[in-house]
Design a protein around this ligand. Structure first.
Ligand code: NI
Length: 424
């Protein structure tokens, strides 16, 4: 089956301007972009009359999807207290089924907002993967590891084996953070990641006290920890947050294997600080965007992270020229897909995977949009409520309020039951 999106604006491969014309999707990929593309009998034609924009699929590069069940718990507490007193005790009650329904609930939200891929760190990751496969969403899964249990290394290996034949699923290794996982465990996990040629997803320098912790415990600054733990020699290191990296340390993270997931909403809500995004971009660090879990955001809205990333640093740095809309859109799409370990995903380009979003331009706040300013309109004026269609690997997972997932009402019912039980 082919699908022709006719008469659309589309974001070009440089995330710079819009092209105008038709996009033909054949199977899982974009097969042609041009004017007046011909059709055959097996082509589903959607004429968009130049009032729709096609953008690459958005990627939520750091989240804990099933935390939708914990949304609103322990509001307005410091990170450590929030985790230890409010989140971890409730998480201890979660069953594999809870994780399935909590993840499915997150995917319902995210699919309607144009998210085509997500990097998830949690537990019972087989359930997370099953929910993602049922939704048809791309993902990178890492079992969150705390402490030094050898059995966790085996579990991570099993997860890798379980999903290794799934095209939409990549498995990564997930040590939670340097303050919950000793450096020797990091070394073992990084060694395993290298052997299996997979990525490592970890929280890193989210709060200021983590720098003091490393100094006291290991006499190391953060980049020395990266070097000594093995994180700089794995095929891909996805570092969530990186709020507290000093300017003179950034060279070390400006390497192709390191991906920094910037989570502006979560960092603001938990009072963690403001990541030095302007300097990261200047130094060539590969930055992607994440929402973090729904208990620390509380939205799973990548559009909002884009807008915030584009605004926050201008104000903080007193520089309206930094963190440009095209850079931010690239972070939310192409860079995110790379951070999940996928190639040829994240651009509207011939032969690339058909992960894309249909944005309704027939709205008052898009009057005045044209190819040269589309990207700015999307980032500054647009929002997730403009999304009308979300396609992953050539398949619609969301289209005008309907999901390809068979029974979304059941998701809400079951998630509500889980929530009531874990909070009782
Ligand atoms: Ni997180």
């Amino acid at each position: 089956m082919k699908c022709l999106l006719k008469n659309v604006y589309y974001v070009d491969g440089f995330m710079d301007e819009a092209g105008k014309g038709d996009i033909l999707i054949d199977g899982d990929s974009i097969s042609e972009i041009g004017d007046h593309i011909g059709t055959s009998e097996d082509t589903d034609v959607i004429d968009c009359n130049f009032n729709k924009a096609i953008i690459p699929g958005l990627v939520n590069a750091h989240t804990h999807a099933a935390m939708t069940l914990l949304r609103g718990l322990g509001e307005e507490k410091p990170l450590k207290e929030w985790l230890e007193e409010r989140i971890w005790p409730v998480e201890a009650k979660l069953t594999p089924q809870d994780i399935y329904w909590g993840t499915a609930l997150a995917l319902m939200e995210m699919a309607s907002m144009g998210v085509t891929g997500f990097a998830d760190m949690y537990f019972e990751m087989e359930e997370v993967g099953e929910a993602a496969l049922k939704f048809g969403v791309r993902c990178a899964l890492s079992k969150g590891i705390i402490g030094t249990k050898e059995s966790d290394i085996e579990k991570a290996l099993r997860l890798f084996e379980y999903f290794k034949d799934q095209k939409l699923v990549n498995v990564q290794v997930g040590p939670h953070a340097p303050y919950t996982v000793p450096i020797d465990m990091y070394k073992k996990l990084c060694h395993m990641a290298k052997e299996k040629n997979i990525g490592v997803h970890t929280h890193f320098m989210e709060a200021a006290w983590e720098r003091d912790y490393l100094k006291e415990k290991y006499d190391m600054v953060p980049v020395e920890f990266l070097e000594n733990s093995g994180l700089l020699s794995v095929p891909l290191a996805l570092l969530a947050h990186c709020v507290w990296i000093e300017k003179d340390e950034m060279e070390k993270v400006a390497v192709p294997s390191v991906k920094v997931a910037h989570n502006p909403s979560s960092n603001l809500k938990l009072g963690s600080g403001i990541a030095p995004l302007k300097d990261y971009l200047k130094k060539g660090v590969s930055v992607c965007l994440g929402t973090d879990g729904a208990a620390s955001n509380n939205r799973l809205d990548v559009w909002e992270e884009m807008r915030l990333a584009a605004l926050l640093h201008k104000g903080n740095e007193l520089d309206p020229t930094c963190c440009k809309s095209k850079e931010v859109l690239k972070m939310a799409t192409f860079n995110g897909a790379r951070a999940l370990g996928f190639d040829k995903v994240g651009r509207i380009q011939k032969s690339w995977k058909a992960d894309l979003v249909v944005v309704d331009l027939d709205k008052p706040h898009y009057v005045g949009v044209e190819p040269s300013n589309l990207v700015q309109y999307l980032v500054y004026a647009g929002s997730s409520s403009d999304v009308v269609g979300t396609m992953v690997n050539g398949r619609w997972i969301y289209y005008y309020g309907s999901y390809s997932y068979k029974d979304v009402e059941e998701i809400k019912r079951e998630a509500k039951k889980s929530r009531e039980r874990i909070c009782s």
